[in-house]
Each structure stands twice: as structure tokens, then as C-alpha cells.
Design a protein around this ligand. Sequence first.
Ligand code: SAM
Ligand code: SF4
Length: 326
Amino acid sequence: MIADSFGRVHDYLRISLTDNCNFRCFYCMPEEDYDFTPASRLMQTDEIVQLAKIFVEQGVKKIRLTGGEPLVRKDAANIIAQLGKLPVELVITTNGTRIAEMLPTLIEAGIKTINISLDTLQPEKFFMITRRDLFHQIRSNIELLLQHKITVKINMVVMKGLNDNEIKDFILWTKHNPIQIRFIEFMPFSGNKWTSNKMFSLQEILAVIANDFTVLPVEGSPNDTAKSFMIPGHEGSFAIISTMTAPFCSTCNRMRLTADGKLKNCLFSDGETDLLTALRNNQEVLPLIKASIWSKKKELGGQLQTHFEKLDADAIHNRSMITIGG
Ligand code: SAM
Ligand code: SF4
């Protein structure tokens, strides 16, 4: 079992397969020129599987693959196939571009839920956010997943003045489609030029939706990071990830392994533990994992406060989101 000093048992591992991506979402990548980590410094397939097995032996029940864009990694199919053999729930967060060609691999590995990031339903705005003209490809890949009865969750980062006016359109999408929209509060990471006035909060999101719809809360699972809701008569549902205004730290069970093999005990931790170098030097990895999680701070990596209006994003020591793995 892996636990921290506050008694939180950690049984959910998020593995970043790469910090490379075929999109350029401005809120995720640093604004300055960004060099992707060379392949030799990334965990190799067998190293990912070895590390994952150590976590699974310690009670990890769920693994999420993320990135960067996990499906742009050349050997992603092999990694997914190998991790699919472990006794865990395997899930993935992706920008959705490579779903069609990867679908047989994902199904074969037993993946039943896929989170797809889509911040707008307008093709021009999609291009503005991602710098890629692939909106229609993503929409058709979402349809493909639904045809194959795979559970689809849509991650939408809500940013004031950019896409907050589309919240209602996303809710209307759930009327006849069994999808869950996950509205995410915009978070500060290294180089993403976060300011509090670009944030659209849980309360603001709920107020917009409640203006037009009857919103009923749905009881979630103990470790959920999202507050879930339903609207009577809608096939789908929605949830809000309120990391900034109402964080879920008290029930956190998450650990993050970066693509270069560093363990982060919190999305906002300023420190990290190098598991890959230890593995390559034949050192014991488990004591490093246990010590890292034991030292986890009570809330938000000890760096953020929920009075986000006063937050100085430049004072936060962290990686950019693309190098952590969201
Ligand atoms: N490339 C994949 C994708 O876009 O789904 C996986 C990696 S991405 C870093 C994981 C999630 O983090 C995405 O849903 C993305 O929208 C979210 N994300 C990135 N930067 C964020 C930020 N500054 N605030 C909130 N969510 C963010
Ligand atoms: Fe790439 Fe996902 Fe970040 Fe967009 S959010 S730049 S798709 S890793």
C-alpha cells in the first residue's frame, strides 16, 4: 500500500508517455520555444511496464495514460498492449486525433473510458486554441468511440472571454448523446500566462447552466476530482473540476509519473523524485516511491491557495502542464 502522512491511500497512477504533442494549446505549453525531451531520456516501453508493475503490486487499481499527447508516441500501441495485461483499470486522456487508427489497440487493451479534450465547438476557435485544423477529425473520432460503446468524457477548459459563452452549447450536446462534459477551471502552470481574470469558476459555470436547465447533483465516488451533475431528460451529464476554487485534496489518491520517469506526488508539487535513474542504476525504486508520497503536502502542493484572486502565478515552482501530464 502507498499512503501519505495524512492517511490518504494512493491507488491511482497517471503515466505520461511523452511531452511531445501534435497540438499547441496555449494554456498547456510554455509560450517560449519548447524543445521536446529526446527519446533516450524518456522511459522506454519495458521501463514503463516495470515501474507500472511496482505500483500495481502496491495496490494501484487504475492507470491513466496521458502526456503531451500519448498517442503520438511511436510505440504507444505496444505500451498500451503491455499495460492492458496488468490487473488495473486502464484509461487514457487524449486530444483525439489518433483515435481511428488506434481504436483496435485501445479496445484490445480493455480500455472502456476515454477522455477527449475539446475546448470549443467552433472550428475557427479550435484552430486558434490548438493551432491545428483538425476539429472535424476530432468530432468524427468522438462519434466513432460512441458507435463502439466506449464511454466518452469531454474535457473542456473554461476560459473567461474565450469559450465561457459556449457552456450552454456543450450542455445541449449532452441532450441526445451519452457523453459527460467535464468543465475544468483554468489552472496556472509554468509559462502559460495564467491570470485570475481568465478563470471561470465552478460557481460561475453552475450559474450559467442553471439559468437554462434544471441541474441535479449526482453522488460521485470517494476519490472523484469532479463534482457531477445531471439534467433531467439529457442522455449525457456534466461535471466540474474545480481545482482552483474548491479543490479535492482531502481525498486525493493520485500519483503522476512524468515521461522522463520523475514521480510527482501532486499536480502542483515543486519537487519530484527520479525513479527512472534509480531503475537504470538497479537501485530499489519502491522506497523512493513511498518516501515521495509520504512527503506529499496537505493541499495543492503547498503552493496554491484557494483565494485565487491573490495568486501570483509567477511565484509557483512547477513544470508546464505538457511536461507533467494532466
Ligand atoms: N494531450 C492530451 C489531451 O489534450 O487530452 C493529454 C494531455 S493534456 C495536458 C491533459 C488535460 O489537461 C487536457 O484535458 C487539457 O485540457 C488539460 N489542461 C492542460 N493545461 C491546462 C490548464 N492550464 N488548466 C486546466 N487544464 C489544463
Ligand atoms: Fe497537447 Fe493536450 Fe496540451 Fe493540447 S492540452 S497542447 S493536446 S498535451
